[in-house]
Design a protein around this ligand. Structure first.
Ligand code: OAD
Length: 250
């Protein structure tokens, strides 16, 4: 579906593969493009399926939107949960899952890296996950969600406020503990493999700059060029599920 690196990219691919193989502290940083070939919509692709071209993030992914219409928000997340529950890890997830010693920072709220074989303790979900709810009043209550058959809008059994998905909405802080671990990882890494992100959403995208400033080599895998890459980065154009297996075997 997407162009694999052409023959004239092979030198670059082989050089990148060597960097991957020799990295002592490798970290991946991923976005929605990692899961696109598993059938999960991205947010900003230039196609009609991209979530933010069909839906309004202010209505569906913000505290104000939730206050205005909580049922709408929960129904939208429940539809996304069912899509995620039906999705299978693709070759990009399983390629990463087969490698030990990596830390994976992801903006994705699915758990396909874990389904692809990555140990959950090695995945840092910067934007939370779909498989959990917590109290919108922050009383401390949280519960796992049945992703295949999620329930509609529910009240917190402790304090009666609404329950909401444990994902980060616009205007909200990232989970502090997870962000600090990610920060530590990019400060220590010698290689950052950036897969399938438009790198537009802060503070997550800022982690790429921090890795670069700390001396890591950046390898970007994306189906198109992204504006935030630097001339010293390696850029491999192609789909994640095509390029990642090549990167780890070349
Ligand atoms: P975006 O939708 O902004 O970007 C997806 C990127 O993946 C684009 O650069 C595409 O070119 C690339 N892409 C698409 N399909 C690909 C494929 N098969 N292989 C490789 N690359 C591919 O998604 P994110 O960067 O993840 O936040 O968006 C960041 C955040 O914005 C999300 O976590 C979400 C959203 O608002 C929250 O929900 C808090």
């Amino acid at each position: 579906m997407f162009p694999a690196p052409q023959l004239n990219d092979m030198t670059e691919l082989v050089a990148a593969a060597k960097k991957v193989a020799s990295a002592r502290h490798p970290v991946s940083f991923s976005g929605a493009g990692l899961s696109a070939e598993s059938g999960i919509a991205t947010f900003r692709d230039k196609n009609d399926n991209a979530l933010w071209s069909k839906f309004n993030p202010a209505e569906l992914a913000s505290q104000d939107g939730f206050k205005a219409n909580p049922e709408l928000v929960i129904d939208w997340y429940n539809a996304r949960r069912q899509t995620a529950a039906a999705a299978q890890p693709n070759a990009a997830h399983t390629t990463l899952g087969a490698r030990k010693g990596w830390i994976h920072i992801t903006q994705n709220v699915d758990t396909l890296l874990e389904a692809g074989g990555v140990s959950p303790e090695n995945v840092l979900h910067l934007h939370g996950t779909l498989d959990e709810d917590h109290c919108n009043n922050q009383c401390g209550y949280s519960s796992k969600v049945n992703m295949l058959a999620p329930e509609g809008l529910k009240h917190c059994p402790r304090c009666d406020a609404y329950l909401r998905p444990s994902v980060v909405w616009f205007g909200e802080q990232l989970p502090e503990n997870v962000f600090n671990q990610a920060l530590h990882a990019v400060q220590q890494c010698d290689l950052l493999l950036v897969v399938g992100t438009s790198a537009q959403v802060m503070p997550a995208a800022g982690l790429i700059d921090i890795a670069r400033e700390n001396g890591a080599h950046i390898i970007v895998v994306n189906k198109e060029n992204t504006p935030k890459t630097h001339s010293e980065d390696t850029v491999l154009i192609g789909s994640a599920a095509t390029v990642l297996p090549q990167l780890f075997t070349s």
